[in-house]
Design a protein around this ligand. Structure first.
Ligand code: DSN
Length: 415
C-alpha cells in the first residue's frame, strides 16, 4: 500500500494506517465477518468516485454530472442480479444495518410484528433486538436453537409464526454454523401470510460461490453486507422480487439515506466481477472445507463446538468445559497473533461482555491461500493457548510462529 500521499500531509495518520496494515498482514484473522478485499476493490473504494453526489437512481438524479456514475451503478446492479439470480438489486445501502432498516421501512408500519432469530442464539442486533431501533419500533419476537443439538428448530419457528402471525419473518444469522433451510422458512412465511427476509450478510460469498443454498428463489427480500465472505467494499446490498422494487428503492432513497457512496458502488461492481470468476467458487468451497478441517481438529482437542461442527465458514466454540471464559481466551489468542472474538453461545450463563464462547471463521485465512495443513496448525496453537492463557512465554513463541506463517501467505492489499 502506497501511503506516501498521506505521509506528505498527515504523518500521524500515515503511521497509524501503516501499523494497522502490518497488523492485518502479520496476524491470523479469524473474525468470520472480516476478509481482505482485493487491491482492485480497495483502489476503487479510494477513487475519485467519492467526490460525487448522486441522490436518486440511474437516469433519475437530482444533480447533474451523472453520465459515468449512472453507468457505474447500472453495472453494479446488473452484476448483482446476475451473480445472485435476482429480479432486482439496490446497491445503495451504506451497510447491512441500513439495508435491514430500509426493508422494515418498505414493508412494515411502526408496531408491526417481526419474527426473527434471537441474538444470543446467533441472530443479529438489527433483527429486532430490544436495544436497537428494530426492537423499539417493531414488536419483535424471537425464535432460537434447540437446546439438545443447538440447531434451528423449524417446528418452533412454525408454531410461533402460526400463533403470532408476524408481518415479517427474518432468517439469517451472525453466529450460526449450519445451513439455513430457506425453503422451509418460505413455506412458513407463505402459510401465515408474512413477508420473508433472508439476511445473508455472513454467507453471501458462499451463496455466490455455490457453497451454501441460495435464498433468492425463496425469500421476498434478501439483504447482505458486501465486505464479509463476498470480499467487496464496506457496504450493503438488497435483492428483491420485481414487485417490491419500488417500495425497496423508495425506502433506501429518499426514505433512509442521502447520496449513495459512489466509490463503494464502484468497488462493489469490481468485487462482483471478481465473484463471477470460477476462482471465486473455488474460494467459497475452500472456506467451507477449511472451517470443517479446523473444527474437526479442534474437536479432537476436546473443544466443544456449538451444534457439533460447521457447514459454513464459521465455528462457535463453547469454552465452558475448558474452564476459560471467551474474553480471556480471545485476549490470550490475540497476544499470540490469533485474532477472533468472544461470543455468547446459546443458553449462555455468562454475560455478553465476557461470554462462554469464541467465534472463529476461515474467510480471511482462505483468501490468503491457507489450506487444511494451516488449519490443523492453527487448531494446535489454539489448544495450547486455551490450556495456558497466562503463559506469556508460550504466547510469545506462538506469536513468532504465526508471524512466520503469515509471511508465507501474503494478504492482498496490506503489508
Ligand atoms: N459485526 C458483524 C459480525 O461480526 O457478525 C455483524 O454485523
Amino acid at each position: 500500500m502506497d501511503l506516501s500521499l498521506i505521509e506528505a500531509v498527515d504523518s500521524e495518520m500515515a503511521g497509524l494506517i501503516r501499523r494497522e496494515s502490518a497488523r492485518q498482514a502479520q496476524t491470523l484473522r479469524l473474525i468470520p465477518s472480516e476478509n481482505y478485499a482485493s487491491a482492485a476493490v480497495l483502489a476503487a473504494s479510494g477513487s475519485c468516485l467519492a467526490n460525487k453526489y448522486s441522490e436518486g437512481y440511474p437516469g433519475k438524479r437530482y444533480y447533474q454530472g451523472q453520465a459515468h456514475i449512472d453507468a457505474i451503478e447500472r453495472l453494479a446492479i446488473n452484476r448483482a442480479k446476475a451473480l445472485f439470480g435476482a429480479e432486482h438489486a439496490n446497491v445503495q445501502p451504506y451497510s447491512g444495518s441500513p439495508a435491514n432498516l430500509a426493508v422494515y421501512f418498505a414493508l412494515l408500519e411502526p408496531g408491526d410484528r417481526i419474527l426473527s432469530m434471537s441474538l444470543p442464539h446467533g441472530g443479529h442486533l438489527t433483527h429486532g433486538w430490544k436495544v436497537t431501533i428494530s426492537g423499539k419500533y417493531f414488536e419483535a419476537h424471537q425464535y432460537g436453537v434447540r437446546e439438545t443439538d443447538q440447531r434451528l428448530d423449524m417446528d418452533q419457528v412454525a408454531a410461533m409464526a402460526r400463533e403470532l402471525k408476524p408481518k415479517l419473518i427474518i432468517c439469517g444469522a451472525s453466529a450460526y454454523p449450519r445451513v439455513i433451510d430457506f425453503a422451509a422458512f418460505a413455506a412458513i412465511a407463505e402459510e401465515v401470510g408474512a413477508y420473508l427476509l433472508a439476511d445473508i450478510a455472513h454467507i453471501a460469498g458462499l451463496v455466490a460461490g455455490g457453497a451454501h443454498p441460495s435464498p433468492v428463489p425463496h425469500a421476498d427480500v434478501v439483504t447482505t453486507t458486501t465486505h464479509k465472505t463476498l470480499r467487496g467494499p464496506r457496504g450493503g446490498l438488497i435483492l428483491c422480487r420485481k414487485g417490491l422494487r419500488k417500495k425497496i428503492d423508495r425506502a433506501v432513497f429518499p426514505g433512509l439515506q442521502g447520496g449513495p457512496h459512489d466509490q463503494t458502488t464502484g468497488a462493489l461492481a469490481v468485487a462482483l466481477a471478481e465473484a463471477q470468476q470460477p476462482a471465486f467458487a473455488d474460494y467459497a468451497r475452500a472456506v467451507v472445507d477449511n472451517a470443517r478441517v479446523l473444527g474437526e481438529r479442534l474437536a479432537g482437542h476436546g473443544f466443544d463446538l456449538v451444534s457439533g461442527g460447521t457447514d459454513n465458514h464459521l465455528l462457535l466454540i463453547d469454552l465452558t468445559s475448558k474452564g476459560v471464559s471467551g474474553k480471556v481466551a480471545a485476549v490470550a489468542l490475540e497476544q499470540a497473533g490469533i485474532v477472533c472474538n468472544a461470543n455468547s453461545v446459546p443458553f449462555d450463563k455468562r454475560t455478553p461482555f465476557d461470554p462462554s464462547g469464541i467465534r472463529i471463521g476461515t474467510p480471511a485465512l482462505t483468501t490468503r491461500g491457507m489450506g487444511p495443513g494451516e488449519m490443523k496448525r492453527l487448531a494446535d496453537w489454539m489448544q495450547a493457548i486455551v490450556a495456558a492463557p497466562d503463559d506469556e512465554a508460550l504466547l510469545g513463541r506462538v506469536a513468532g510462529e504465526v508471524a512466520e506463517l503469515c509471511e508465507q501467505f501474503p494478504a492482498p492489499g496490506v503489508g
